[in-house]
Design a protein around this ligand. Sequence first.
Ligand SMILES: Cc1ncc(COP(=O)(O)O)c(C=O)c1O
Length: 488
Amino acid sequence: MNQQHTPFLDSLVRAKNAHEYSFHMPGHKFIAELNPQITDFMGETAFEADLNEISPGVDYLHASKGSLLEAQRLAAEAVGADRSYFLINGSTVGNQASMLAAVHDGQTVIVPRAAHRSVYAGLILSGANPIYVPPVYHPQVEFPLAVPLEIVRDLLAANPDARAIQITSPNYYGYLSDVGGMANLAHEHNIPLLVDEAHGAHLPFHPDLPPSGVQVGADLVVQSSHKTVGALTQAALLHLNGSRIVAAHLEQILSMMQSSSPSVLLTASLDAARQQMATQGYELLTTTIQLAAYARQSIRKISGLWCYGDELVGETGIFAHDPTKLVIRVVDSSMNGHVFAEHLAQEYNLYGEFVDPKHIICSITIADNEQRIDYLLNALRAVAAKGKLTATSSVNQHLKAPHVPEMVINPRQANFAVSKRIPLAQAVGEICAEQIMPYPPGIPLLLPGERIDSDMLDYLHYIKAQGIKIVGPEDTSLEFVRVIDKSA
Ligand SMILES: Cc1ncc(COP(=O)(O)O)c(C=O)c1O
């Protein structure tokens, strides 16, 4: 196929210029002047090209036959997948659809505890029973950077009825698990491997980057093209390889889960982003990798800062490192991650991708250049030089959760169970009905359906006392907790 082509984008350009007389949706009828306030902000094209399948020459995502079918085939060819699907609700819908395609009610799936909430949503939707891979914290970074293959192997041996393995790789920190090893392991048991590669849409396009899951045998791979390549926010891809996941079933699920009015602006941006990466990705990423290396080396010379790289490969399950992610350790500057990030925001209008108590994670992409990297470096130098130890800058030393709790009822059953609110102090022995997650690291301590035991209660008191931000529960101050009402 000709990767220079952008069949869907081209069809939109033609359809936009056809100036049809529309007596159909959308209500704005492509008339940019309808609401000048929003058009002044978004530009005329946002309305004039906001077409749909009723417009002549515009293909339909849920029954693609023409330009969208070709665009998705080009995307598949570009990464080496058997089939690729355009997603208009991000990797979120990709993870949900992957889970639904692989497992159903009562079946067992192996899932890392440190997964995005869309994976958990997939468990609720499918009714599957998760066996969680407990998070293995990297001793220095104090975050689970990868899913160790040996643990997954042991879990699979202990749960031979597992119908799928799901993992996240790379994570926010740019560290990858042994996805190829997981694929082999899954396939030895004739089950599929589902990979949340939301942070890895750029991986297939440069040999100096770790391989994408698509290239090492994963059955389904989800990529947020909006995160690391040039597509619009919400635009993502789902790649399918092999026949363990049935394409027709997956397509049915996608058409059930995605809007029946998919935005052509999002899908056209996927077409354009694929064309750019397939035809110029090598050159663009060569520059990106060089810029990131320059940034990493320079940060390592700044007093009080460090930037991790591939020296962590081999530790705590880490198989590879994506050099375009800068994991900047700031805590030795006498500021914790949050205080440091606040300085960067207030004084330099600069925001990283993720902040934890000790680190700021910055993502370098094909949109960066030397001037932007120098701006980052100067800002980091200036903030590090302040070196103020403030009352708020202490670092919590014991962020590790006690253990993964006992699952009494599965996520789907818990989602539909009747619940009640009780004081946290009375919660030992109860089944939690909500998600309780300290953020960061953003790994759930408790998920709906799990038993609250006395160790967990002590830990919840501890994180409350530390003032760590809690996300998920109705009462984020954790005075009260919602539990399953067993009398209902
Ligand atoms: C690991 C991971 N998976 C999935 C998602 C969801 O991606 P999207 O925002 O494209 O829906 C995210 C979003 O941050 C993520 O970090």
